[in-house]
Design a protein around this ligand. Structure first.
Ligand SMILES: Cc1cc2nc3c(=O)[nH]c(=O)nc-3n(C[C@H](O)[C@H](O)[C@H](O)COP(=O)(O)O)c2cc1C
Length: 311
């Protein structure tokens, strides 16, 4: 008898850097808190993986308010990596996070390379953490962040050190605020990154014309949401052609059609950030829509879409 494909028979599972996920839709760092804040709104277990808010060695208060501002087609944020610090995260936040979400990736950052290394070491041997996302692309902090991510030599050095210190798959999160994304992607791949994710936010600002002052307390911020999608897609396309490791694409993904675009451009998985602020259950529409697309196009597995773009 002929095998009839149905929506339910579509295989959404993906494996990235050895991390098995039930679907390719991940919660982006900093937009899903510590993974528990959304529980009243979104049933747990819908995401392929949850990526935590960036964790730093010591607690951080973040930048002075206002720290978010809505813009046409997106938002600006200048949170500045506010977080509870590594010790409190591991003791209090992580156990609860793991009780709700099967696949957890911890996003980390430091002011210095030594801090990144120490933090990667603290995560060593911790059961339940599936991977580490190295944030070398935050535009809202004075030290570390995008300073490490915009120079291929520095980015590679930091990746080598973190890889040595870690016992988990290492995903390096790249910034679009660079001259040549392919060069950075190749540099971190050669230094041992198991996967790359991109993009983090673009530099941006807004001005209050009455007060004649910047809107954000930090003066500048990072732009995310639909406004950045074409830029993100370009970077994913360029980076995925420069490396062999899997690429995770993000930046302005609001719908399943957006997610398909990123996968066609070369992404093996996607992350959603700003979309969760607009509709906390956006992940539902996106995973459902990915199945519909596969069914319509005759694919049995979502992973078959990756890189299918004809150019
Ligand atoms: C309020 C806010 C906080 C964020 N915090 C972090 C963070 O702590 N670490 C990080 O790597 N990225 C952070 N990001 C960047 C997002 O993870 C993502 O890279 C970016 O927003 C682009 O995706 P999107 O357009 O789907 O939001 C943050 C973004 C927003 C909007």
């Amino acid at each position: 008898m002929k095998n009839i494909r149905t929506k339910n028979s579509i295989d959404l599972s993906v494996e990235i850097a050895g991390i098995k996920m039930k679907n390719p839709v991940l919660a982006a760092s900093g937009t899903f808190g510590y993974g528990t804040e959304y529980l009243p709104l979104v049933p747990p277990g819908l995401f392929g993986a949850v990526i935590t808010k960036t964790i730093t060695l010591l607690p951080r208060a973040g930048n002075k308010p206002p720290r978010v501002y809505e813009t046409p087609g997106g938002m600006l944020n200048s949170i500045g990596l506010a977080n509870v610090g590594a010790e409190k995260f591991l003791k209090e936040k992580l156990p609860e996070l793991l009780s709700h979400h099967p696949v957890v990736i911890v996003n980390i950052a430091g002011n210095t390379m030594e801090e990144y290394v120490e933090l990667a070491g603290m995560l060593k041997g911790r059961p339940g953490i599936s991977g580490i996302e190295l944030n070398i692309s935050c535009p809202n902090v004075k030290q570390g962040g995008v300073a490490f991510g915009s120079d291929p030599i520095q980015a590679a050095k930091l990746t080598t050190l973190a890889k040595k210190a870690a016992d988990k798959p290492l995903i390096v999160k790249l910034s679009p605020n660079v001259a040549d994304i392919a060069a950075i992607a190749r540099a971190v791949e050669q230094a041992g990154a198991d996967a790359i994710s991109l993009i983090n936010t673009l530099y941006g600002m807004a001005i209050d014309i009455d007060k004649q002052r910047p809107v954000l307390g930090n003066i500048t911020g990072g732009l995310s949401g639909p406004a950045v999608k074409p830029v993100a897609l370009y970077n994913v396309f360029k980076a995925s052609r420069a490396v062999k490791v899997p690429v995770i694409g993000l930046g302005g993904i609001m719908s399943s059609d957006d997610a398909v675009e990123f996968m066609l451009a070369g992404a093996s998985a996607v992350q959603i950030g700003t979309a969760s602020f607009v509709d906390p259950s956006a992940v539902k529409e996106i995973t459902g829509g990915l199945k519909d697309y596969c069914l319509k196009k005759g694919y049995s597995k979502v992973s078959q879409i990756t890189g299918k773009l004809a150019v």
